[in-house]
Ligand binder design. Structure first.
Ligand code: MN
Length: 458
């Protein structure tokens, strides 16, 4: 079965090594089972009791190693990155996965002061034009004890970063960019949570390009405030972008004109970090400041300060980086598919370690669904046989068009995603635009159910 452009689960895990061929085969078969019913529990998704038991035996096997799954998937992802050729965005972000009723889960901790669960920090490889290629890194973090709100603000701040939760951004930067072949440019992209002097320093020492949204009004070596300074500059150019729907502020999807300003500053090491001898005194940051020209009535609109280590040639490059930052949104879609599509908060494993393995497996499934959805927009003319198996695209055509006669040749990816949209979503008009990721996964699930029972129907 082919799922997702360049995704074929057998090929994807051809390099997997659990020191047991049977275990490796079981893993690939399990992925094929789960991809067909990502929303269902293992019991529901399995074909029969025997398969469900075999999957649970696999999960309990000592050689079934999460690190090996991520290594094999990462290797396949890097192959896709090399094939793509252009800049790759390594987008990091965290999502809190709530297991508040799972008091007895081994290794469970707190994701906020009172909520049980695990924080899942992921790094996705996304092409600069928005195709999701895979998971480069994933790790779980939580606190053994609820957050101690009584500790003073100052005492929290002076701890070296290794003890703070923010260390995960640095670790992920190091792991996600390790051993990338020469010639593949990878830019690490983070939202405001990545605005840490330690992270800038780490990227500098590893010579890894970054693109981080900054919010702290840091001091420059000239004792000026960095955000205040760049706000004073004259507008240097304008760029038009398509902003996704903002459900929090109830603003629909919109075209926006952003004013662009950029400048280079050397920011000083914050006083609080002076005891950390390994950190440089100052770091050069290129800051791109974008501000929405005419925000929707009564709304604040976009105002971003994006710090990068890369800007060399000026305005055109600044526009490019604004476009790269827009792709950060793909990781939000990824979290949405993981929670709403794959239902990872419904997992019932007895330990957090096993839960993290399943979250990783569903993450790879989520990536294949995202990959397929965006491939239809970026490479609409490619044949659908890249994303669907022969049986799948033939049946999909018949169901979507209400016809009995199967097509002989594969149609395009764009048509395939439109057909999945017909099957998966409410009545759609062409003016609705391309189907979203949710319609696609529901369309796929219906298609797989039809395929599973097909031989009994005629
Ligand atoms: Mn975030």
């Amino acid at each position: 079965m082919a799922t997702g452009q360049y995704f074929n689960l057998e090929e994807e895990f051809a390099g997997l090594d659990f020191h047991s061929v049977r275990l490796e085969q079981r893993f690939v078969r399990t992925m094929e089972t789960l991809v067909q019913r990502p929303d269902a529990s293992i019991w529901e998704a399995s074909e029969n009791r025997a398969e469900a038991k075999a999957i649970y035996r696999m999960l309990g096997n000592e050689d079934f190693d999460r690190q090996e799954i991520i290594r094999a998937h990462r290797e396949a992802t890097i192959r896709r990155m090399v094939r793509y050729g252009g800049p790759i965005l390594a987008v990091q972000d965290t999502t809190g996965v709530n297991y508040n009723t799972h008091l007895k889960t081994e290794g469970i901790g707190y994701i906020s002061d009172k909520t049980l669960g695990v924080n899942v920090h992921s790094c996705l490889a996304v092409t600069s034009d928005g195709l999701v290629l895979g998971v480069l890194d994933q790790a779980g973090y939580n606190r053994e004890e609820p957050r101690d709100e009584s500790a003073s603000h100052e005492s929290k701040k002076v701890r070296p970063i290794e003890e703070k939760e923010s260390f995960r951004w640095l670790e992920t930067l190091e792991r996600s960019t390790a051993d990338i072949p020469e010639g593949v440019k990878v830019i690490t992209v983070c939202d405001r949570e990545g605005d840490m002097y330690e992270l800038f320093a780490k990227a500098q020492s590893l010579k890894e390009p970054i693109l981080i949204r900054i919010v702290q009004n840091r001091m420059t070596v000239e004792n000026k405030r960095i955000l205040d300074e760049i706000r004073k500059k004259r507008c240097q150019g304008r760029v038009e972008v398509r902003l996704p729907r903002d459900s929090r502020c109830s603003i629909p999807e919109r075209e926006a004109v952003l004013q662009v300003r950029y400048a280079t500053y050397t920011v000083k090491r914050p006083h609080i970090l002076n005891p950390v001898k390994t950190l440089p005194d100052g770091i050069d940051l290129q800051v791109i400041y974008v501000k929405e020209e005419k925000p929707p009535k009564g709304k604040e609109g976009i105002e971003w300060f994006l710090a990068t280590s890369e800007l060399e040639s000026g305005l055109e490059e600044a526009y490019e980086y604004v476009g790269y930052y827009m792709q950060r949104w793909k990781i939000e879609r990824f979290h949405y598919v993981l929670k709403s599509g794959c239902g990872i908060e419904k997992l019932q494993e007895r330990s957090i370690d096993k839960t993290m393995i399943l979250i990783l497996m569903y993450s790879i499934i989520a990536v294949t669904i995202l990959n397929m959805t965006y491939a239809a927009r970026l490479t609409p003319e490619l044949p659908c046989s890249l994303v669907l198996g022969e049986e799948e695209w033939k049946l999909l055509y018949c169901v979507a068009n209400k016809r009995k006669k199967e097509p002989k040749k594969p149609y395009t990816i764009k048509e395939a995603i439109d057909y999945l949209g017909c099957v998966g979503g409410p009545k759609r008009a062409p003016s609705d635009g391309p189907p979203g990721v949710k319609t696609v996964w529901i369309g796929l699930m219906k298609l797989y159910i039809l395929l599973a029972y097909r031989e009994y129907l005629t």
